[in-house]
Design a binder for this molecule. Structure first.
Ligand SMILES: [Zn+2]
Length: 327
């Protein structure tokens, strides 16, 4: 939590413009993770509170989180340069409305989340975006600088999708579908996908797909149990892990061939596997490059990285998006 001195004036006697601070919120189905972001994009304080359900509950949770971050720093919410909110669902970033977010209890008709939160906080600028999009922005911010500023954030969770940042800017596409590679069909005879197609990449690459093939037996996350069993040499686990990392590598290759990004960051719940996942994916990418001078020349394995586990990328990205809203 906060270890801050009041921001105006700061402890070293200088005065920082409060407008340089912004708040970002990653609003999930069970918790709100918030950050107070400083002028250089550094995290000054973090906060975690439970999410209350339904439209009014989400507004109340967001308002509580913003106050809980700003006020200990001596900043009135109206002095922030902006507030950004990431939500798991379909949003209209232009209006700040949430169209559909089942996990938050918002469905049926669009809900003006940004306007409501702004009104509760004295009119501070509020932006709302999809949590994957803000996570991509946060991952780009947390990653080492690159010349291009191009990055794909590949979220391996319940589903699978990528957020695309090109030249430092989020690329949504004309209908918000840029990066939805989870629904690229790769096997016409494959399993039915909730999207209505067959054999989508997501049916092989997501955490859901993995735990369907190797259900948790010890109460730990299924991916961790699978990778441990594979490391212990259990033949079935070795095979399933092999197929999984190969499918993740195919998703990475697809992103590089589509966008030619110089970094692909692995995020989402499955990325908690850490280095064993990264190593497996890199080995699979090396296998895929075997025999193809073209693929080998792209050095795709060198472009893959893990999302830093200690950076709340979605909240940081939301704070950056909120700040941009008023710049
Ligand atoms: Zn699909």
């Amino acid at each position: 939590m906060s270890e801050l001195s009041p921001v105006v004036p700061s402890s070293d006697g200088t005065t920082r413009p409060p407008g340089a601070l912004s708040v970002g919120l990653d609003v999930g189905g069970t918790k709100v993770l918030g950050v107070l972001l400083g002028p250089e994009g550094n995290v000054l304080a973090t906060l975690r509170i439970p999410t209350r359900y339904g439209p009014e509950g989400v507004v109340a949770s967001a308002v509580e989180a913003v106050r809980g971050l700003a006020e200990p720093a001596g900043v009135d919410p109206t002095e922030l340069s902006g507030v950004g909110i990431g939500v798991p669902g379909l949003v209209d970033p232009a209006t700040g409305s949430v169209v559909h977010a089942v996990n938050l209890g918002i469905e049926g008709k669009p809900f003006a989340l940004a306007a409501q939160v702004s009104a509760e906080l004295g009119g501070v600028a509020v932006s709302v975006d999809n949590d994957l999009n803000v996570a991509a922005l946060g991952a780009a911010h947390a990653a080492p600088p690159s010349a291009s500023g191009d990055l794909a954030f590949l979220a391996l969770g319940t589903g699978m999708a990528a957020g695309i940042v090109l030249a430092g800017e989020l690329r949504r596409g004309v209908s918000g579908a840029a990066g939805e590679i989870g629904h690229v069909p790769v096997d016409p005879a494959g399993p039915e996908c909730p999207c209505g197609q067959r054999g989508c990449l997501e049916t092989f690459v997501s955490g859901t797909a993995l735990s369907a093939r190797w259900p948790s037996r010890e109460g730990r996350p299924a991916p961790a149990e699978l990778f441990d069993a594979a490391a212990a040499g259990v033949p079935e686990a070795v095979q399933i892990k092999h197929e999984f990392v190969t499918a993740v590598a195919s998703a990475v290759r697809l992103l590089v061939l589509t966008y030619d990004v110089d970094r692909v960051v692995l995020g989402g719940g499955v990325s908690a596997l850490g280095v064993p996942l990264l190593d497996g994916v890199r080995e699979a990418l090396a296998r895929q490059a075997d025999g193809s001078p073209f693929i080998a020349s792209l050095a795709i394995a060198d472009r893959v990285a893990l999302c830093p586990p200690d950076v709340p990328v979605a909240a940081v990205g939301a704070a950056l998006a909120g700040r941009k809203e008023v710049s």
